[in-house]
Design a protein around this ligand. Structure first.
Ligand SMILES: Cc1ncc(C[n+]2csc(CCOP(=O)(O)OP(=O)(O)O)c2C)c(N)n1
Ligand code: SF4
Length: 286
């Protein structure tokens, strides 16, 4: 490896170290090769590229493997209860609208127990960035089926194959009113980093769904191989939006359409509330 490449690698890892909590017990609880670490690094780089102060970032989560992330990062942290991250995050954003609020959540956390909070945060278009790490299963509790477990897939609660159809989190978010919706994978890390940056910069509710691997449960139960095999499979199955638009639904079966899927400018919840207060108080109190 050349000296220039080595120096670049060092600079990239130095950035990560600046954002990890000092003296916090490491290593993480995550299995070696879990996509959660890749997503964490993409979030760090996005925040760093945007030049945000750590003190102005709030990371909120519920419960799950993915939801452990705020414990490791030196932002303002809210590690809350299962499914409720968006409810807490809404309170924080409402009270301190100047802060950048990022929610990290799993498919179970966001779409099962937290499904109502998710659709209403989208509906309000509140300025929160949600990074939904979709590994198609409940990782932390041992591999139960989630709302994104594909039809016929195996989990500990679907030992004969899943009889249900899976949610499309991006379609759900857009239909519920989110003004920024994108999808990435843990294979496509530079694109993921960029998508998260754009999401954080966007004024309104932004969702970044990240296709990720739980090789320990989903991979093992569905014979999808180890972490590397699963992550390489995301590469093979990902289709950029521009290419996907020229493909038929049949051709898109089993593929992940990635990129910025939806973006619109529309009124944001805290702004509307502010205007209402100004109107009612004759501008004396914001
Ligand atoms: C009220 C409540 N119900 C259930 C649980 C148990 N529980 C903890 S994490 C979890 C699911 C985690 O799955 P997901 O959100 O997809 O995250 P992952 O672990 O896959 O990252 C469940 C059911 C809990 N902690 N609290
Ligand atoms: S159980 Fe699955 S989701 Fe949890 S850390 Fe291990 S690989 Fe990741």
């Amino acid at each position: 490896m050349s000296t220039v490449v080595k120096e670049k690698d060092k600079q990239r890892s130095d950035v990560i170290l600046q954002y990890l909590r000092p003296r916090k017990a490491m290593p993480t609880v995550w299995c070696a090769g879990c996509g959660n670490g890749i997503v964490m690094s993409a979030i760090i780089r996005a925040v760093d590229n945007l030049g945000l102060s750590k003190d102005n970032v709030v990371m909120a989560s519920g419960i799950g493997c993915s939801s452990r992330m705020p414990i490791y990062l030196d932002f303002n942290a809210l590690h809350t209860t299962h499914g409720r991250a968006l409810a807490f995050a809404t309170g924080v954003k409402f009270a301190r609208p100047e802060l950048k609020v990022i929610v990290v959540t799993g498919d179970g956390d966001a779409l099962a127990i937290g499904g109502n909070h998710f659709i209403h945060a989208c509906r309000r278009n509140i300025d929160i960035t949600t990074v939904l790490i979709n590994n198609n299963i409940y990782g932390m509790t041992g591999g139960q089926g989630s709302p994104t477990t594909p039809a016929h897939a195996f989990s500990t609660t679907t030992p004969f194959g899943n009889a249900e159809k899976q949610f499309d989190p991006c379609g759900l978010a857009q239909a519920a009113g989110a003004s920024f919706v994108g999808r990435g994978t843990v294979y496509h890390t530079p694109q993921l980093e960029k998508l998260i940056m754009q999401a954080i910069e966007h004024r309104g509710f932004s969702l970044v769904e990240v296709i990720s691997n739980c090789h320990t449960y989903f991979g093992r139960l569905n014979k999808q191989g180890d972490a590397v095999t699963m992550i390489n499979d995301f590469k093979d199955r990902a289709v950029p939006l521009a290419k996907a638009q020229k493909m038929t639904p049949e051709e898109l079966k089993g593929k992940y359409v990635i990129g910025l899927l939806h973006k619109e400018e529309k009124t944001e919840f805290c702004d509307v509330y502010d205007d209402t207060v100004k109107h009612l108080t004759g501008g004396k109190q914001a």
